[in-house]
Design a binder for this molecule. Structure first.
Ligand code: AMP
Ligand code: GLY
Length: 424
């Protein structure tokens, strides 16, 4: 099978690493990829959102199967386009990707099918949005409806903060069309965790759980980021809670989507709040998480590729995946200045020494080559992943590897895993 991965981050490097190891994979390409992915696949400089370019590449290289990493091409309909051209695609149709592309759509689906989530309202005009906030009081959460590169959510601790978020989206159009509609919802209290499942339209196969660290600084301080680290499994998501999430959130969503004529195939990533009254949905994503994927895949003992193909073919029923007992933990190395203005172009050395421990895997997220030199080329630059008998052991190995990397232009959080390790 000739496979193409679409994307260029640490998530796609982890996917490339797993898929390249599959005996079913005869040739592996990535568009556009990165220098780490280039060790596993032939990288072709075509942007993930360039659907014409991707389609032409599929024809030229006789690609059988495309694995789409990020949300933007999914929401824009890349899977539909590929399928219409006779190329198998892993990832939901545009109609099904609305679960990530429109928060309002997802909230209405939850309301219609009884899926537990925060109480909410949808608004296009600032006055009625503010009335709602006045009636509900703070804390309250204001969300841009569409894709806003992770910046569309304001957890407002005061009514004034919520008003400012409403004005910024609806009046000043800070998020453009993505923020022309808002979802305003109840503030949920509890611990956050993520749950991943593979869906083939009518069957759901649970994958694994994870937790990430969104704030840039130690102790969960500073601005939000795409994620500074993650670990799997999430100890707070007990097997009993996992069953509850499958029964009350994943399965009804899959059935509801099928009933709406938006049958979902791909990875469904549920961001959850474990509240006093049970798990509630914060949001769905329609793809693997980044950096959550980097901790899920090293724990997978089974071949990933046939599972992705089965999801696409609608034959997941009876499919079984085996997982290691080991935990995995990922620390993100970011360029100084991230998330606001990461400094690009600084040199990184020592990766070979860092990767000597067989329990350690380094995934590239934002790097580029300059001859033999490896340079930072983004905000989140490298993902250092380690397996261990528990989360603390994985953490110790990941940080031991990081201490061998020489990169004065970078930084990382030093406390990844604290919540899970503190719990023991
Ligand atoms: P998102 O960008 O949708 O992942 O949301 C960013 C973060 O906002 C989440 O990870 C939560 O920490 C927080 N958040 C979103 N919705 C709520 C809610 N209803 N209650 C409390 N926190 C929330
Ligand atoms: N790590 C969060 C995300 O992938 O959306």
């Amino acid at each position: 099978m000739r496979v193409l991965i679409v994307g260029s981050g640490g998530r796609e490097h982890a996917l490339a690493w797993a898929i390249a190891a599959s005996p079913l994979c005869d040739a592996l390409f990535c568009a556009p990829g990165n220098p780490g992915i280039a060790e596993e696949a032939s990288c072709v400089p075509i942007a993930a959102t360039d659907s014409d370019g991707i389609l032409a590449l599929c024809r030229r290289e006789r690609i059988d199967f495309v694995v789409i990493g990020p949300e933007a091409p999914l929401v824009a309909g890349l899977a539909d386009r590929l399928e219409a051209a006779g190329v198998g695609a892993f990832g939901p149709s545009a109609a099904a990707a609305a679960l990530e592309g429109s928060k309002g759509f997802t909230k209405d689906l939850c309301a219609k099918y009884g899926i537990p989530t925060a109480a909410y309202g949808r608004f296009r005009d600032a006055d009625s949005a503010k009335d709602f906030v006045r009636r509900r009081g703070a804390p309250i959460v204001v969300k841009a409806d569409g894709l806003a590169a992770g910046k569309g959510v304001t957890v407002a601790l005061t009514v004034e903060e919520a008003f400012a978020a409403i004005d910024s989206a609806l009046t000043l159009r800070r998020f453009g069309a993505a923020g022309a509609e808002l979802v305003i919802e109840e503030f949920l209290e509890g611990e956050e965790a993520s749950f991943f499942a593979l869906l083939d339209g009518s069957h759901a196969l649970p994958l694994a759980t994870a937790q990430d660290h969104k704030r840039v600084g130690d102790g969960d301080t500073g601005p939000n980021t795409g994620g500074m680290g993650a670990y799997s499994p999430a100890p707070c998501l007990t097997p009993a809670l996992e069953c509850e999430v499958m029964e009350r959130i994943i399965t009804p969503t899959m059935r509801g989507m099928a009933a709406e004529g938006r049958s979902f195939k791909g990875v469904l990533y549920a961001g959850l709040m474990l509240t006093a009254t049970g798990p509630k949905l914060i949001e769905f994503n329609v793809r693997f998480g980044d950096p959550e994927c980097q901790v899920l895949l090293p724990r997978l003992k089974s071949d990933l590729l046939p599972a992705l193909v089965a999801a696409r073919d609608g034959v997941l029923d009876g499919f079984d995946l085996r997982w290691r007992d080991d935990a995995a933990l990922c620390v993100v190395l970011a360029a100084k200045g991230y998330p606001d203005e990461p400094v690009k172009g600084t040199e990184i050395t020592g990766l070979a020494e860092a990767a000597l421990d067989p329990a350690v895997k380094i995934f590239h997220a934002g790097t580029k080559r300059d001859g033999a030199r490896l340079l930072a080329d983004g905000g989140r630059v490298l993902n250092i992943v380690a397996l261990g008998s528990d989360i603390a052991a994985a953490r110790d190995k990941a940080y031991a590897a990081i201490d061998r990397i020489r990169w004065p232009g970078g930084f990382c959080r030093r406390d990844i895993g604290w919540r899970a390790i503190g719990r023991r």
